[in-house]
Design a protein. Structure first.
Length: 340
């Protein structure tokens, strides 16, 4: 498969594009708020939580259908950033991307608890980048890390034992201490999150609302349900929507082929793992390991690529992602190459 870089006319956006973009609520905001409210009410008003086996099955299906596709755009992001051109470059990119993912898996097998801590740390930085973006800026490292760390700690603040049990499945009994640390830091991180939400709301009210709603969901819903609602209806939906907009010049057939291929390949690998590791742990535990350790392996190269895009955005603030979308929307043309 040969993916030719689209030829797009580059034009500078209007100076007033950023404020206009900041005031507009993206569609995934409403979807997430409705899903978060419905989920929170369901667990507040309904009978006991559904069996953990059912929760794991739901998270596996939704992560596959709604979560993985946003990372499947990584080859196209890399192409827009100029990291590959032509079939040879495409092959080299895939080898490098796969090597990083395999290295993460190997490290997890050798040192599961440090790997879990590393995964939570990079996830905090990555998820925190979902905000402070409506104005065309990338969130400051401290703000985005505090936001992401707070959100990932809310489930432990709600139910430390449940989170500890999940971590034990993923990284052994020693990982229970990670949940204890998150629960201990939870109150302070919650205060920090409120501050970050207030700062975000000054430029984009919907971002402050999203942060508060995500924290509330983490405090009200079971850990797995919190993660899948946030990950699928907000994080993945946002990156997927932006990726499709920024790839407007890419032929739809090529775009669909890339998304499907890069979703099916990791799912096939997970299926092989489940079939070949029938002994030992239960199916529920193995499925949980496949979902989260697999996400860790894919998150690291994905985050590296997004971080490189963030650096490029910071180096060229006049060509911010939001401004490009506003400019393209007014002209009815595909945006010039973005960074996510």
């Amino acid at each position: 498969m040969t993916l030719a870089a689209p030829r797009v006319r580059r034009r500078a956006p209007a100076p007033s594009a950023a404020p206009a973009a900041a005031s507009r609520r993206p569609p995934e905001t409403l979807v997430f708020l409705v899903a978060a409210l419905a989920t929170a009410l369901a667990f507040l008003l309904a009978a006991p939580e559904p069996p953990i086996a059912l929760q794991i099955a739901v998270i596996a299906v939704l992560a596959t259908v709604l979560g993985l596709p946003h990372g499947a755009l990584d080859p196209l992001i890399a192409r827009r950033l100029g990291y590959w051109r032509g079939p040879v470059g495409f092959a080299v990119f895939n080898l490098g991307y796969g090597a990083v993912a395999v290295a993460v898996l190997g490290l997890w097998m050798l040192a599961p608890v440090p790997s879990l801590v590393l995964f939570l740390t990079v996830s905090a930085v990555h998820f925190g980048g979902d905000w402070h973006r409506a104005s065309g800026r990338v969130a400051r490292p401290i703000a985005r890390t505090l936001a992401g760390a707070a959100l990932l700690s809310m489930p432990a603040l709600r139910d430390e034992q449940a989170v500890a049990d999940l971590y034990a499945v993923l990284a052994g009994e020693g990982a229970r201490q990670v949940a204890a640390v998150q629960a201990a830091l939870g109150p302070a991180l919650l205060i920090a999150l409120v501050v970050v939400a207030a700062l975000a709301a000054r430029r984009a009210p919907h971002e402050g609302l999203e942060l508060v709603a995500t924290a509330a969901l983490g405090l009200l819903a079971p850990p797995l349900m919190f993660f899948i609602v946030y990950f699928c209806t907000l994080h993945s939906a946002r990156h997927l929507r932006e990726g499709f907009v920024e790839e407007a010049a890419t032929p739809r057939r090529t775009l669909a082929l890339v998304v499907v291929a890069y979703t099916v390949i990791p799912v096939a690998g997970a299926a092989v793992f489940l079939v070949t590791t029938g002994a030992g742990a239960s199916l529920d535990d193995r499925l949980l390991q496949v979902v989260f350790i697999g996400l860790a392996a894919l998150t690291v190269p994905h985050m590296v690529l997004v971080a490189l895009g963030d650096r490029a955005a910071a180096a060229h603030p006049e060509q911010s992602v939001r401004q490009h979308r506003e400019f393209a929307g007014r002209r009815g043309r595909p945006s010039s190459p973005g960074l996510r």
